[in-house]
Ligand binder design. Structure first.
Ligand SMILES: C[S@@+](CC[C@H](N)C(=O)[O-])C[C@H]1O[C@@H](n2cnc3c(N)ncnc32)[C@H](O)[C@@H]1O
Length: 353
């Protein structure tokens, strides 16, 4: 007796999931070999590409076919390939390139960490430190490839949010926005450029803000922004009425997140606001959201103590730090971030009244 259509689809889906690491490796190889750059805008055979990048013609042709099956290339006629819209995002010369992002998430050090997922599930602990003998951020700083690609990947993902964020919140209602853990200033520069009446404070570790002057100058906002190097675990600068925490709490466990929020709480004025920009997981897994939201929740757990949080979890973190959440807004897809706005609220802490 044959199998039903539903069962056949279930089996096919499971095969695809099991083969998922091969798809990742195929895309990773295209990124490592800069195969998409070798295509440019032309149609090429696998042998021509092999000639251009110095690889084996037969296996390069197999790689091109697999990339065509995955939608990175298209086989326009037998043996002739061209880059698709998805594949073109791996070009290194695009301002909106995702090449560095692909390099980071497919890096052998990251893959070795993911191979230990079962250990993390058994022990409840992150695996990066055990596998590599050091923390993720220390490893990145000392690794020749990751130290280049990780900041670039953050910049690539920040650029996407930076394009959407200035129009997604009423920044014009404030006088000064402080971006806590704001990295090299890509997001803050975009907000200030879109709101000429606004001033900025960029606060992050010294190495992270080292190139901020360049970013702020390129956006024409350097004269409206103060850059302060410092430790987000030790404090936050006073002087702003809006405090932004973008993609920072995601990397932190609840204790660390509470410390960072508490530091902001100590300096935010009574009329000020806190704006958290982070992925917010729905209370129940929502099949319409990208799988990457849940995979990156696990990823944060594997590389450190971070995690994804639901709105209720953000609310409870905020309450413990003396804030009340006023609302949550989703940024437009494909950005998987939400805006969580909170106000200082002394009623949560009798000691503060
Ligand atoms: C994932 S990045 C986010 C950067 C930026 N907000 C964005 O969205 O592009 C996290 C940032 O937190 C900063 N950070 C983490 N721990 C820190 C610490 N102890 N002191 C200062 N900055 C810290 C890192 O330097 C990094 O720039």
């Amino acid at each position: 007796m044959g199998i039903s259509m539903t069962e056949a689809q279930d089996r096919q889906r499971l095969f695809e999931l099991v083969f998922g690491h091969m798809a990742t490796q195929t895309v990773a190889t295209a990124a490592r070999l800069k195969l998409i750059d070798a295509f440019g805008d032309e149609e090429r055979s696998g042998a021509e590409i092999a000639d251009a990048i110095g690889t084996d013609p037969a296996v390069t042709t197999q790689l091109c076919r697999a990339l065509a099956a995955l939608g990175i290339l298209a086989e326009v006629k037998s043996g002739q390939f061209r880059v698709t819209g998805t594949g073109a995002l791996l070009r290194t010369d695009r301002t909106d390139s995702l090449h560095s992002f692909a390099r980071v998430f497919t890096d052998p050090a990251i893959q070795a960490t993911w191979r230990e997922l079962d250990t993390a599930v058994r022990t409840g602990k992150s695996t990066f430190d055990t596998v590599h003998g050091t923390t993720f951020f220390q490893y990145v700083a000392g690794d020749p490839e990751l130290s280049t690609f990780f900041p670039a990947a953050l910049g690539q993902s920040a650029a996407q949010t930076a394009a959407a964020l200035p129009g997604s919140y009423d920044f014009a209602a404030f006088g000064t926005v402080a971006d806590i853990g704001g990295g090299s200033g890509t997001v803050l520069a975009a907000i200030l450029a879109a709101h000429p009446g606004l001033r900025g404070i960029l606060y992050d570790a010294a190495p992270a803000v080292a190139r901020a002057a360049e970013t702020l100058a390129a956006a024409g906002v350097a004269d409206r922004c103060t850059v302060i190097p410092g430790d987000i675990g030790a404090g936050a600068p006073a002087g702003a009425d809006l405090y932004l925490l973008k993609n920072v709490l995601h990397y932190a466990d609840d204790e660390r997140a509470g410390t960072v929020l508490g530091n902001v709480r100590r300096v935010v004025p009574p009329h000020g606001r806190l704006l958290i920009v982070d992925p917010a997981l729905p209370e129940t897994v929502d099949g319409s959201l990208p799988d990457s939201m849940y995979l990156s929740d696990l990823h944060m757990r594997l590389i450190g103590a971070g995690r994804g949080r639901t709105q209720a979890e953000f609310e409870s973190l905020c309450v413990r730090a003396g804030f009340t959440v006023k609302g949550l807004t989703l940024l437009p897809p494909p950005i998987a971030f939400s805006l969580i706005e909170a106000v200082p609220d002394d009623s949560h802490d009798p000691g503060r009244r």
